[in-house]
Design a protein around this ligand. Structure first.
Ligand code: GTR
Length: 326
């Protein structure tokens, strides 16, 4: 009997050690919507290596590519709740959840990608990051997603060309207002459904940057890409706030440092691969048209801003901050 008890006790003690051993190397999961060949996929793989090195193996990151852990709105909710620790998110779908993040979804709010980074590196960026962290999705580093332009079966040179077209947008009321303001029919839809919708004519067009246009084969089912560059939306490497805050200061610095380095790597890859993606789709037959005068598109957005600011007067200060950033 005594022997039996001590054997059980020993087993329990050994079990405790085992459990402690496993718990000390945290296993984190990361969500990424993109497939191989997209700059973010390579950057997220690099992030997993960097986090391993920086935390000396205390945090192991498993990255799930291709959106296999769910659509972007679902994954956002999961990171918020801590069911997934890390997400490589576009700020567009974060807007409906975090009001301050919606700044970046106002069409033409940024003059260029460098301007966007200057705004994010300033007070406006801190406000957005703080609000996101409060909501449970803390940005560790910002990454580049270029500019989004329209594509469809005909060139789009003026807002009037959008009239009557059914255009897929990401989930955010600002994008539906943007399309409606040009007389188009907005169709919010998950990224994974867009290729089929373009192919079957469920939508007449969509809008995205060159790497996404190429990576998921949208260029195979459309003919014209028109450089409206109406949205410049940043993306982030984000972490569940509670999981991050539970780390020691040393571990927090390691995780943040790894994310920052992975983000720099992403920006380098982005510069090269977005150029390449444009060349590749052109070689595959896509007609790319420059839009000499974007003024009419910007004019069409005046009403979007007016309605938005009337409904969200507390966003006026952030809008002003972005617009006055050099
Ligand atoms: C891509 C972006 C994704 C997703 C997608 C979309 O450019 O990187 O996170 O937002 O666009 O259109 O849904």
């Amino acid at each position: 009997m005594v022997k039996k008890i001590s054997a059980t006790l020993l087993g329990a003690i050994a079990g405790c050690f085992l459990v402690t051993g496993v718990a000390s190397a945290a296993e984190w999961r990361a969500w990424n919507i993109h497939n191989d060949g997209h700059p973010n996929t390579a950057a997220m793989d690099r992030f997993a290596e960097l986090i391993d090195e920086a935390t000396k193996g205390e945090i192991k990151l498993q990255v799930f590519h291709g959106g296999v852990l769910g659509s972007q709105p679902d994954a956002l909710e999961q990171v918020r709740l801590g069911a997934i620790e890390i997400g490589n998110f576009n700020l567009g779908p974060i807007g409906p959840m975090v009001k301050e993040a919606n700044l970046v979804s106002l069409p033409f709010i940024f003059k260029s990608v460098p301007h966007m980074f200057r705004v994010l590196d300033g007070e406006a960026g801190q406000t957005i990051a703080g609000a996101m962290a409060e909501a449970g999705v803390m940005p560790l580093a910002w990454v580049d997603a270029g500019a989004r332009s329209f594509y469809s079966q005909k060139p789009i040179n003026t807002p009037a060309d959008v009239e009557g077209l059914k255009i897929r947008v990401m989930n955010n009321d600002l994008y539906t207002s943007m399309i409606s303001a040009m007389g188009g029919n907005p169709s919010p839809m998950a990224f994974s459904e867009v290729q089929q919708a373009l192919k079957t004519g469920v939508v007449d067009g969509a809008e995205n940057n060159f790497p996404s246009f190429k990576n998921v084969g949208h260029y195979e089912v459309t003919t014209h890409y028109s450089l409206s560059e109406h949205l410049i939306i940043p993306e982030c490497i984000c972490v569940n706030t509670a999981k991050f805050n539970a780390l020691s200061e040393e571990m927090q610095a390691a995780v943040r440092g790894a994310a920052e380095e992975a983000a720099l790597y992403q920006r380098e890859l982005w510069a090269v691969q977005s150029e390449q993606a444009r060349k590749d789709v052109e070689a595959a037959g896509i007609k790319v048209n420059e839009i000499a005068d974007k003024g009419p598109f910007q004019d069409a957005m005046v009403k979007v801003y007016e309605d938005y600011l009337a409904a969200n007067p507390d966003m006026a200060a952030l809008v002003e901050m972005a617009q006055s950033t050099e």
